[in-house]
Design a protein around this ligand. Structure first.
Ligand code: BTN
Length: 298
């Protein structure tokens, strides 16, 4: 077990909960790194494939989906000792029969562990919603966080099971409010859901459910999470615009996690990770957590 700088992070408690499920598991908390996901991918390519939870209080080159940057609000809180966002990656060997829908299942785990019950419609409580395929929203259109799933093959230690890959699940969640000039409304943060939440507390709440979800996904696939995703699906019933130019109305996701969109050409199954989907008619501010990246990803 390796624990670097444990307090105030619940590294010991998480290790106690998770190690029985993932033998050889370790927790590392870093003050700063380029990207927790990049680091675990580098390690995996170098043959280090033990289950690892890598948390960074600050990332200097955080990455999002589709080559976007994951920005840190650390500068706003510099010198306060407060950690404005929870940014971490969990890497582990996994061999599901089908990888489809993994980022959606992770979204379900994160949303449910931070907000166990979906607030009833018409109440003031903001609902943590899931936007296909990898975003967490608060209410309509304010990004709370994002999920980045990447995999590496075992090059140094070939596994008996050809399906096994090292998966790196990177999660970024805004915890404290960030106000940015010219951006209105501001990005969402976990403090709006629970005023007592801090980045370490949020990690303590979601670490074990995340691991259980990954193991459950490997066993049963996305079908086991489909209905729960549906309860928080922010696109369902909304007109959407696909990056391919097509328009339609979102009709939920199927048992493989594909987004169903009813278009003029009939029901389309959207599976491609390279397609982005924007709801029409919702005010969507440009989130500082997902701005376009200048350099291409690998
Ligand atoms: C997205 O919104 O497209 C996904 C954002 C994922 C950000 C997290 S922060 C921790 C991990 N390290 C990264 O570089 N990215 C992920």
């Amino acid at each position: 077990m390796s624990i670097v700088q444990p307090a105030p992070w619940p590294a010991e408690a998480l290790w106690q909960q998770i190690e029985p499920l993932l033998p050889g598991f370790s927790v590392e908390i870093l003050a700063s790194i380029d990207s927790t996901s990049s680091e675990l991918m580098r390690r995996a390519r170098a043959g280090q494939t033990a289950p690892t939870l890598l948390v960074a209080e600050r990332q200097t080159a955080g990455r999002g989906r589709l080559g976007r940057q994951w920005h840190s609000a650390a500068s706003v809180y510099e010198g306060t000792g407060m950690v404005p966002a929870l940014t971490f990656s969990l890497g582990l060997p996994l061999s599901p029969r089908d990888w489809s829908g993994l980022s959606l299942a992770v979204g379900v785990a994160v949303a449910e562990s931070l907000q166990p019950a979906v607030p009833a419609a018409g109440t003031d409580a903001p609902r943590i919603g899931l936007k296909w395929p990898n975003d967490l929203w608060l209410g309509e259109g304010r990004k709370l966080g994002g999920i980045l799933v990447e995999t590496a093959t075992f090059t140094h230690a070939p596994q008996a099971n050809a399906q096994a890959r090292y998966v790196v699940v990177g999660i970024g969640l805004n915890v404290l409010p960030v106000r940015i000039e010219g951006v209105s409304p501001p990005p969402a943060c976990l403090r709006e859901v629970d005023s007592a939440l801090t980045a370490p507390r949020a990690l303590g709440q979601l670490g074990l459910p995340l691991v259980q979800t990954l193991l459950g996904f490997a066993e049963h696939g996305f079908a086991a999470f489909q209905a729960r995703f549906g309860l928080r699906d922010v696109l369902a019933g909304h007109p959407v615009q696909l990056s391919t130019g097509r328009q339609g109305v979102a009709h939920g996701v199927d048992e493989e996690g594909a987004l169903l969109v009813l278009t003029d050409a009939g029901m389309q199954r959207i599976t491609s990770a390279s397609i982005s989907v924007r709801p029409q008619g919702m005010a969507l501010p440009e989130s500082p957590s997902a701005a376009p990246r200048r350099t291409p990803t690998r």
